[in-house]
Design a protein. Structure first.
Length: 702
């Protein structure tokens, strides 16, 4: 079995039995190549180093790709028992430098490599058993249970690439070169780059839901754009071509850098590309596991900020107006060359899919008409911040894959690199990174008269998130008090003569109650399972402003801007922390609270009893637990057997309040009678949800 040369699964051909076995083989190939990557580490100690300060050490990723399967299978309700709840919490979140990621090493007592490998083995057996037993109907689509399995596989292949970048940044004595990761043996003089014409035309992007290949949510929908004629560089920018920028003092010429770029240069102290190594006679080059003589004809690998500065410098030098291509322009160039899509090609037409080497290669090695490296070798930065196409919708199994990057700060990279496999190597792949981030990424430049339109404010278009933005920060309707504010007001009233050191707003959504609680507590933590919501809360804290669309009628929308200052609230960056977390499987650090608010949360948990039975461990003696919920039990969130109430028990009605008392009375006493707190959620100008949550206040016993 060649674990390097594999192809993503075609989901609409073959019998169910054949497809099941094909997926099983793809899963094991993926799992094995992932483990072979970590074999490049010279000793276990390398797993705990942190060469990339914006990412966890590699021990996290060793556990993350395995725990992802279990967490998604639970969300998809395919399994209902965990293998290791501690690992599945520890390894769940923190894979990119999203502002709410928990990258504080003080919060982690990393397990041994041996323990994580043993856990990985158990996950491998569990997933294999699920593949064997899960019902499968052809074709496999976005709505199929097997989508969760494919999601885990393709997610693992993404981290094959991202972990290889981290390995490439480890001290050279912490890695070893293995035959399976052999690098390109050839290099020479770099070719002279030149601009070649590219005729314009209409670009049509976006996959239909019945597309035969797996896709991430941002690939679906519809987008059309008319690209003007432009000219593009024949080759990716080589190390040799970029050397002229370095020798001209480019990193110190601030006029060529964006404001963001200047800040990054000052912070990083960069004077040349990251993977160039200073040597006595110039520069050498760092591959994943070796330092070699500089291959001047290989593509330079830089972040967006460096690529943009080079384009500005070259524009000044040549008198041309040069820049990076947009996503549309990159697709126009690709589509003009009739490049087969993975998995349909016989052999990879470029340095991609691990079908050639475990490194870059000369920029004139793979020809596509008059151009080279349209796909493969290294990713290519674009000018386009990622956003969803028209009709974008999140997948319920992974609602935070794309939307956290829809912030105008993450630019798309296109074309794939030598280690891009699976979905990453397909035409429709859409991946984006922060502009100062490093991947195996370089660039080509273009000349175009077409104006470059970049968003200055990204309006939230996800209807559920927009509705919550309005419910938290927007207008009041029908005389009903703002719900999160009302809950926070009640919390502050009950805690008035009690300690107010730390509060936890769990299920905080877009964060209004967290900000309100900060008026009375020394520190407040806001947690939510959905990164779609957390990113809004953090944006409000960081920028003090959010933008969102609301549906007025049909396709008519209105645009809204809300500021924290207009509500008389303080962003309190030293007192408020937002993070993504699973309420039913919290990390140990979330403990020692004087108050916990759980508003409209309990009936959205997959295991509410587990939450109630353990929440006392998070609250100090004499502390308060405030629960508010309309008790809207739905099987799409909570299996019927896990409902706290809303059914008959021994022939009599058994309410959720009865269930709360049964689970909480051991560790809590109920303060006062329950009270009703109404809430309103605006769907359109003429349609609203009007609900009534029952609020109860519980005191932690000694």
């Amino acid at each position: 079995m060649d674990i390097r040369n594999t192809r993503t699964i075609v989901l609409d051909t073959g019998s169910a039995a054949e497809k099941r076995e094909e997926i099983r083989q793809y899963f094991h190939q993926t799992y094995s190549i992932d483990e072979k990557l970590y074999d490049t580490l010279a000793a276990d100690g390398a797993f705990y180093l942190r060469p990339e300060p914006l990412r966890h050490p590699l021990i996290f990723y060793l556990g993350h790709t395995a725990s992802f399967y279990i967490n998604k299978l639970i969300i998809a309700r395919i399994i209902d028992t965990r293998i290791n709840p501690q690992f599945e919490s520890m390894f769940a979140v923190g894979v990119d430098e999203m502002s709410w990621d928990d990258l504080d090493e003080a919060h982690y007592d990393w397990p041994s490599v041996e323990a994580v490998r043993a856990y990985r083995d158990r996950v491998r057996r569990r997933v294999d058993a699920v593949i064997d037993s899960l019902p499968l109907q052809m074709p496999i689509t976005w709505d199929s249970p097997f989508w969760a399995i494919l999601m885990g596989i393709e997610h693992q292949r993404i981290h094959l690439e991202t972990s290889s970048v981290i390995i490439r940044r480890l001290p050279i004595d912490q890695v070893r070169q293995l035959p399976i990761w052999d690098i390109c043996p050839t290099s020479g003089a770099a070719p002279q780059n030149r601009l070649l014409p590219v005729p314009g035309g209409r670009v049509v992007l976006g996959k239909p839901k019945d597309h035969p290949l797996y896709g991430w949510d941002n690939e679906y929908g519809h987008h059309e754009f008319d690209v003007w004629d432009f000219a593009a560089s024949q080759y990716l920018v080589s190390n040799r071509e970029y050397l002229e920028f370095v020798q001209d003092g480019g990193y110190g010429l601030h006029e060529y850098w964006t404001d963001e770029g200047r800040r990054w240069v000052e912070y990083s102290g960069a004077r040349h590309p990251l993977f160039w190594v200073d040597a006595t006679n110039g520069y050498r080059f760092r591959t994943m596991a070796q330092i070699i003589d500089m291959p001047w004809d290989w593509p330079v690998e830089v972040n967006y900020l460096e690529a943009k500065a080079f384009c500005n410098w070259l524009s000044h030098r040549t008198g041309k107006t040069l820049r990076l291509p947009t996503e549309d322009e990159w697709y126009r160039l690709r589509d003009l060359h009739d490049i087969p899509d993975q998995p349909y090609w016989e052999h990879a037409p470029g340095n991609i899919n691990l079908e050639h080497w475990a490194s870059s290669c000369p920029v004139n090695r793979f020809r596509f008409g008059e151009f080279f490296d349209i796909i493969g070798n290294v990713w290519q930065w674009t000018e386009t911040p990622i956003s969803g196409f028209e009709g974008f919708a999140v997948h319920p199994f992974y609602d935070d894959f794309s939307t956290p990057t829809f912030d105008t700060r993450h630019n798309l990279i296109k074309g794939g690199s030598w280690i891009s496999t699976g979905n990453e190597a397909t035409r429709n792949a859409r991946y984006a990174f922060r502009r100062h981030f490093f991947q195996h990424a370089g660039f080509r430049y273009i000349e175009s008269r077409q104006p470059l339109e970049l968003p200055t404010a990204m309006y939230e278009t996800d209807s559920a998130v927009s509705q919550y933005c309005e419910a938290h920060y927007g207008a009041s309707y029908f005389g009903v008090e703002n719900f999160p504010r009302a809950c926070a007001r009640i919390c502050l009233a009950y805690s008035e003569n009690r300690p107010r050191r730390r509060a936890l707003d769990i299920g905080c959504a877009v964060g209004r109650a967290t900000f309100e609680l900060a008026a009375g507590f020394e520190s407040v933590t806001g947690l939510d399972f959905s990164a779609r919501f957390i990113r809004i809360a953090f944006q409000m804290q960081e920028k003090g402003i959010i933008h969102y669309e609301l549906t007025e009628e049909g396709d008519i929308v209105s645009y809204h801007e809300k500021r924290l200052s207009d509500l008389g609230l303080d962003p309190a960056p030293r007192r408020i922390e937002f993070a993504q977390a699973d309420a039913a499987n919290l990390k140990p650090l979330y403990t020692g609270y004087d108050l916990v608010l759980a508003a409209n949360l309990i009936d959205r948990l997959y295991d509410p009893a587990q939450f109630l039975d353990n929440i006392h461990t998070r609250i100090l003696t004499g502390g308060l637990l405030v629960i508010a919920s309309p008790y809207t039990w739905l099987e799409e969130f909570t299996q019927r057997e896990n409902w706290l109430g809303g059914f008959r028990k021994d022939g009599e009605p058994y309410t959720t309040l009865d269930g709360l008392k049964a689970h909480l009375q051991v560790h809590f006493r109920l303060l006062d009678e329950p009270r009703d707190v109404p809430f309103v959620i605006r769907e359109t100008r003429r349609k609203f949800q009007h609900g009534i949550a029952q609020l109860t206040v519980w005191e932690r016993k000694a």
